[in-house]
Design a protein around this ligand. Structure first.
Ligand code: ADP
Length: 214
């Protein structure tokens, strides 16, 4: 759960725990003139969101974390697997013309090129294809393998990587997308299982901004 906008009662609970913690749920309830059962959902929310911590037989105490700190922590925990899109691939045998058609039809900005074994061979960006289209060549006769950025120069990630680390890679390398591969331990024969683009990262930002900070 993300940091949330606290209601009045939750704010009062946080204040009580700040002043008197560690304090039991029963004691908090007494101070608010409510029953322990009534408070249970609020205490669960405050604990899950990270404002309070609970220790058995000790009670609740204040973590000291501001909602901005909690939000930062949550953002740093987002994984690639939470936001990845399906990869759009073309075969190594494709021509530049085929790749341009695929890019339009699939409405993506980056294509991944795979070899006969369906393993990652290259990346094609919009500008790679534009550049290839600038001369007077017949685009049906230029193989994508001539113009693609090829392995091992491709920046990749796995589904268990943190999204923020991929965002940093996009900025560092000045690229728009990275393929999500199954396993980066071996550096060859990578299987492409997804993609992360600037759009996925923008989506994560929008999702998290919906969770108001106090
Ligand atoms: P555009 O060319 O449309 O600005 P990018 O910024 O994504 O798009 O691509 C810039 C260059 O980097 C292109 O030549 C492209 O082939 C290459 N590239 C794109 N993605 C990657 C990647 N994940 N790893 C390595 N090179 C990449």
């Amino acid at each position: 759960m993300f940091p949330i906008e606290l209601n009045n009662r939750q704010e009062r609970i946080v204040e009580i725990v700040k002043d008197f913690g560690p304090i039991t749920g029963e004691q908090i309830a007494e101070q608010l003139d409510l029953t322990r059962a009534t408070l249970r959902p609020d205490l669960a929310i405050l604990t899950m969101a990270g404002y309070l911590d609970a220790r058995p037989r000790v009670g609740y105490f204040y973590t000291g974390k501001t909602s901005a700190q909690l939000l930062t922590e949550k953002i740093r925990q987002i994984k690639v697997k939470d936001y990845l899109s399906l990869p759009v691939v073309v075969q190594e045998s494709s021509t530049v013309y085929d790749a341009i058609c695929t890019m339009f039809l699939e409405d993506v900005g980056t294509l991944f090129v795979v070899n006969k074994e369906a393993k990652l061979a290259g990346v094609l960006s919009r500008k790679d294809l534009l550049r290839a289209s600038m001369g007077n060549q017949d685009l049906n006769s230029i193989p994508v393998t001539i113009i693609m950025t090829r392995m091992p120069n491709i920046t990749v990630c796995t589904k268990d990587d943190f999204l923020i680390d991929v965002a940093e890679k996009l900025i560092d390398k000045q690229i728009d997308a990275v393929p999500v591969v199954k396993d980066t331990e071996k550096e060859v024969d990578l299987e492409v299982i997804g993609r992360i683009t600037k759009t996925n990262i923008t989506k994560a930002l929008v999702d998290f901004s919906g969770d108001a900070i106090i």
